[in-house]
Design a protein around this ligand. Structure first.
Ligand SMILES: *Cc1c(COP(=O)(O)O)cnc(C)c1O
Length: 366
């Protein structure tokens, strides 16, 4: 195996298993039944994880990183005379606003605290507005690591009969999510977060009834969600344009692995345990978390710089010992993040903690 592989404590790309890496050592043609089968199985496994009935939902694959999927939905399902409300509590909500701005989609972005989950009473006032047709938000806001209450938010959206768009990039696969029951209309995620594949493929779990009404809305050719959906339905297993074959093989392998290991419930338990282990070890060394326990998700944790902290030195220390940490993305706080998704093994955690304690001892002597 490549000797400079590191344990990635980042929220995607992330550490992949050996089997997932090996699954990519095969070249495949895209106009071939073997590949079609692989694509269809992958789409079916995604629906299975989403607990979505194939008759009412479809999984549309969009090559690119997660943002390509978000952009394909926003630019592909909001008509000219419609308006999307963006409930933002972090950088990924802000990005939704940028997408709408660029493509001339009518939108209203309402900004909330990045370190708290969305307050359902607060957002209801916005959702109730007559001019709003769609409501978009991020389920797990990777910016600070906050997890929003998807069931409560979906309830309000449905009370007012709006169409829901959920960026579940860093929660799909980590949190049980019955897309059918929650009545999510468009859920977006990607191959390289909690599903443990490699970067290069986004996907949309879409309500067929709504998507069927979205022909000719798209502001983009390659990100045209409806066109991609139609093509995948009419030519099962095919993409409109060259598809990322190796990325798809990796995702297929990662999904099979995940299902065999106990699916979403098992992954959720694993993440909760890992998040706690990292957090406790860090707190023991004097670091403080930015987000309070009630708002904290289980995929990534933000730690504030202690007084006089040299992040660059801390980062380099862990890098030279085989771990990559994650810089902050919060303009208001001096902070960094530790992601705990990916194929992280118990021995990796133990080694991280030993290194962390040794670093603390070094600081005492400095
Ligand atoms: C990772 C992520 C995205 C997508 O980011 P890309 O860099 O395009 O993969 C979107 N939303 C959230 C919440 C994310 O964590």
């Amino acid at each position: 195996m490549v000797s400079d592989t590191k344990v990635l404590l980042t929220p995607g790309p992330l550490t992949t298993s050996t089997q997932v890496k090996q699954s990519m050592l095969v070249d495949m043609g895209t106009r071939d039944q073997d590949y079609y089968d692989l694509v269809q199985e992958t789409r079916n496994m995604l629906l299975q994880i989403a607990q979505a009935d194939e008759r009412y939902y479809t999984a549309v694959l969009i090559p690119g990183s997660g943002t390509y999927g978000v952009e394909s939905v926003l630019t592909g399902v909001v008509k000219k005379n419609e308006k999307v409300l963006i409930l933002s509590n972090g950088a990924y909500g802000e990005r939704m606003g940028q997408i709408c701005q660029k493509s001339g989609i009518l939108y209203e972005l309402v900004r909330y605290s990045m370190i708290h989950q969305l307050d359902v009473k607060e957002i209801e006032k916005q959702i109730a507005r007559d001019d709003i047709t769609h409501v978009a938000y991020v389920h797990s806001e990777t910016t600070a690591g906050v997890l929003n209450d998807i069931a409560a938010i979906q309830k309000v959206i449905h009370r007012y009969h709006k169409i829901s768009i959920v960026d579940a990039m860093s929660s799909f696969g980590a949190v049980e999510m019955a897309v059918d029951e929650l009545q999510i209309d468009y859920l977006i995620a990607s191959s390289n977060k909690c599903l443990h594949g490699v970067p290069g493929l986004a996907f949309v779990i879409a309500n067929r009834h709504h998507l069927n009404q979205c022909a000719d809305i798209a502001r983009s050719l390659s990100l045209d969600l409806y066109a991609q959906y139609r093509f995948m339905e009419d030519n099962p297993g095919a993409f409109r344009f060259t598809s990322p074959t190796h990325v798809l093989r990796a995702l297929h392998c990662a999904l099979k692995e995940m299902i065999a290991m106990g699916g979403v419930a098992a992954r959720h338990r694993r993440y909760v345990k890992l998040q706690r282990q990292f957090r406790e070890a860090m707190v023991e060394q004097g670091f403080q978390t930015l987000v309070q326990a009630a708002d904290q998700g289980m995929v990534i944790t933000t730690f504030l710089y202690p007084d006089g902290f040299d992040f660059a030195a801390f980062y380099e220390y862990f890098k030279s010992n085989g771990f990559l940490l994650y810089r902050g993305k919060l303009s208001d706080y001096d902070a960094f993040r530790i992601g705990n998704i990916g194929a992280i093994r118990d021995e990796d955690v133990a080694r991280f903690i030993t290194l962390l304690q040794a670093y603390g001892k070094g600081a005492d002597e400095r």
